[in-house]
Design a protein around this ligand. Structure first.
Ligand SMILES: Cc1cc2nc3c(=O)[nH]c(=O)nc-3n(C[C@H](O)[C@H](O)[C@H](O)COP(=O)(O)O)c2cc1C
Length: 400
């Protein structure tokens, strides 16, 4: 799945008369460049067809939780993971009851469960039903439960209902729903005014046209940080030496050597607010490179190394009010080395990790880091790199 510039929204459609209004909502979100992932209950398909919904969203509508063609190994979890917001419109009395009690036996309730396992992302429910169903104590109790859990409920409007009666129960207007969704998404975008640069991967310093001196950085941590920053609204330039899937950033520039990286940063750093230097940059490079391939038959060789430029320290000297985050991959004396790097290079924050551990760090999907700034030191316990990245961005957001 691709992250669009505007974001990923799951729209759950359930079996009420107002299901057709979900089509207008999808059109509005798609027009504004959102990627809309539709999910329907079986009852909803009695009111509008999945084909209409798929055509409007340009996405396959999920109507069967056991459909193996849903993207990903465990489709509902992956969908819940990628989405920035979930909206159920219209929400029946039935789906509201299911979600309040943790039932997950249809696509909408199942994906709701997976999506709202934690409260990090906005979940918007828009009830629509006959006014007696709406005022039924069971429905009111279920809505209270959901509100207490932090779910955003958009109250129905009062007016003439399809059943011929008048009362509170009509689906809120499409414009109201749209504006609530945009506002909820906006509140999650605490980095929206930030122009960020993230570097990722290791450098390669050539010895001859074939061989290089490199390091074991996979770039995964940098990509995870870039993805988190993008999710939270930052404009992100990723400067990378690796070929991982595009995390949905605004721009990607490629480097190989420390000198390439320096050149790119020299041109881009002046217009940024935040630099996260997750790339592992060589401290040394061969003093001379052979322009012809070296051969064993030529006998042994000695490679003289010279220091590379200290890119981050040099940028920090002229930083103005830009926020600079460095990384310290250490095999011993991790904290003391990270502290001295923080100070000697003039950084605002440094992320230290222990590369002697085999269960985290280089190449692994996992990491455990200590975030240090002048005043504090905080451990983010072993977790997937994408969650570690979230913790790092939380720390940056609290200081920037
Ligand atoms: C014509 C018709 C209209 C309905 N409209 C609504 C409605 O607006 N709101 C509601 O909560 N239920 C409505 N229902 C009842 C639901 O369709 C029913 O409770 C169904 O089981 C909901 O399934 P779902 O929650 O899985 O979509 C309607 C039923 C029919 C037959």
């Amino acid at each position: 799945m691709i992250l669009t510039a505007a974001g990923n929204i799951i729209i759950g459609i359930t079996g009420g008369i107002a299901a057709y209004k979900a089509c207008d909502l999808i059109r509005l979100f798609v027009k504004d460049k959102f990627c809309v992932h539709p999910v329907m209950t079986k009852a909803a398909t009695e009111f509008i067809t999945p084909l209409t919904v798929s055509c409007l969203s340009s996405k396959k509508t999920v109507v069967d939780i056991f459909d193996s063609s849903i993207e990903g190994n465990v489709g509902h979890i992956e969908l819940a993971d990628i989405a920035d917001l979930m909206l159920i419109a219209p929400a029946t009395a039935d789906i509201i009851a299911k979600i309040a009690s943790g039932i997950a036996d249809d696509p909408v309730s199942l994906i709701s469960m997976a999506f709202y396992g934690t409260r990090e992302k906005p979940f918007v429910i828009v009830p629509a039903m006959n006014y007696r169903m709406y005022h039924n104590p069971a429905t009111q109790k279920n809505l209270e439960i959901l509100k207490e859990r932090g779910v955003i409920i958009i109250d129905p409007e009062e007016g003439e209902l399809v059943c011929g009666e008048t009362g509170e129960g009509r689906l809120a207007s499409v414009d109201v729903i749209y504006n609530v969704v945009i506002k909820a998404l906006d509140e999650t975008r605490d980095m929206k005014n930030i122009n960020a640069i993230v570097t990722a991967g290791g450098t390669e310093e050539p010895i001859d046209p074939v061989r290089v001196i490199s390091n074991r950085s996979s770039g995964k941590m940098g990509y995870a940080v870039a993805k988190q920053l993008k999710k939270r609204g930052a404009k992100v330039t990723l400067i990378s030496s690796v070929d991982l899937p595009d995390p949905g950033v605004d721009e990607i520039a490629k480097f190989k050597t420390a000198a390439d990286l320096k050149d790119i940063l020299d041109s881009k750093f002046p217009s940024c607010d935040l630099l996260v230097m997750a790339a592992a940059v060589a401290d040394f490079k061969p003093k001379e490179q052979s322009d012809k391939k070296l051969h064993r038959s030529d006998g042994g060789i000695t490679i003289e190394l010279e220091p590379t430029d200290d890119i981050i320290a040099n940028l920090a000297k002229d930083r103005g009010d830009r926020f600079i985050v460095g990384f310290a991959a250490e095999s011993e004396y991790m904290i003391s080395r990270a502290k001295s790097k923080l100070e000697s290079k003039g950084l605002d924050m440094i992320i230290a990790n222990d590369i002697s551990r085999s269960d985290i760090g280089f190449g692994s999907e996992y990491n455990e880091v200590v975030v240090l700034d002048k005043n504090c030191e905080k451990t983010i316990k072993r977790d997937l790199k994408i969650n570690i990245a979230k913790g790092i961005v939380d720390e940056i957001a609290s200081m920037i």
